[in-house]
Design a protein around this ligand. Structure first.
Ligand code: BT5
Length: 248
């Protein structure tokens, strides 16, 4: 199906019915000097998650990568992932979905009261730059919108399964407006994130290359790292070091 993704400012749209990965396309555009382009696809055939994991992108989802050229340092880059998470959660909540954020890069729907959840969306942020300056940054956003959760990996859910189909053009418009607001005012990201976080207050296990950290997730720092209260005191884990986070 061809979908009209004609959107209003601030982003111009690069739409593809089928593409390998919107992040790959966005990286090419960024390398050519583009800014404020939203690469959108109805379906992706080679989409990626973090750490070379596969991401399933059947037709009907919202698969979008946003080319941004902000004046930020690489240390602030994780805030872009959190900004995208907040924007996704808010757009999904407006559509009637009980969306919450799971650190560092997932939007989930809680199941029951014991910390269990299903994954609605994920974010893969890629960037290039110097040590003191980001040249471009691309948050790649995957949201299971008008797709059957049955067609997705175990543990996934979709907007269709939660509340029924959405008008994707309007949904993406709201998503990008929210994202644009947060990226233009990065100080607002962490407070908004805290309000929507499922992870805070949970007892979690984080797997890192340097070993696991177990304890209660008590906060995130101003740069988006997770603060965990362990038996041996507080430890801070950066998003880049997190392979998996699970409630325990
Ligand atoms: C992510 O990775 O959650 C980031 C996903 C980013 C996808 C977007 S779509 C637009 C843009 N273009 C791309 O090529 N990528 C971005 P991670 O945290 O590593 O989670 C990956 C894991 O989630 C997989 O190992 C599966 O277990 C699970 N998974 C795969 N597809 C899923 C889906 N559609 N819904 C829910 N879970 C999924």
């Amino acid at each position: 199906p061809t979908v009209e993704f004609g959107l209003e400012a601030p982003f111009s749209v690069d739409y593809h019915e089928t593409i390998g990965s919107t992040n790959d396309r966005a990286r090419e555009l960024a390398a050519d000097g583009a800014a404020d382009v939203a690469v959108l696809a109805d379906e992706q055939t080679g989409s990626r998650g973090r750490l070379d994991r596969e991401w399933s992108s059947p037709p009907g989802g919202v698969w979008v990568s946003v080319v941004s050229r902000p004046t930020i340092t690489p240390a602030q880059a994780p805030l872009y992932t959190l900004a995208a998470a907040v924007a996704i959660a808010q757009a999904a909540r407006e559509a009637g979905v009980d969306a919450r954020i799971k650190w560092p890069n997932d939007v989930v729907v809680p199941v029951g009261d014991d910390g269990d959840y299903r994954k609605l969306a994920g974010i893969l942020t890629e960037m290039e730059g110097e040590t003191d300056r980001v040249d471009w940054i691309v948050p790649g956003i995957g949201i299971n919108a008008n797709v059957d959760a049955d067609a997705l990996p175990e543990g996934a859910t979709s907007i269709r399964d939660e509340v029924g189909d959405v008008d994707r053009r309007r949904f993406v418009q709201r998503l990008l407006e929210e994202f644009d607001d947060y990226r233009s005012d990065l100080e607002t990201v962490v407070p908004a994130w805290r309000d929507l976080a499922l992870t805070l207050g949970q007892r979690v296990r984080v797997d890192r290359p340097a070993g696991e950290v177990v304890g209660e997730a008590v906060d995130i720092t101003n740069s988006g790292a997770l603060v965990i209260e362990t038996d041996d005191g507080r430890q801070t884990v950066s998003a880049g070091d997190c392979e998996h986070l699970r409630p325990v």
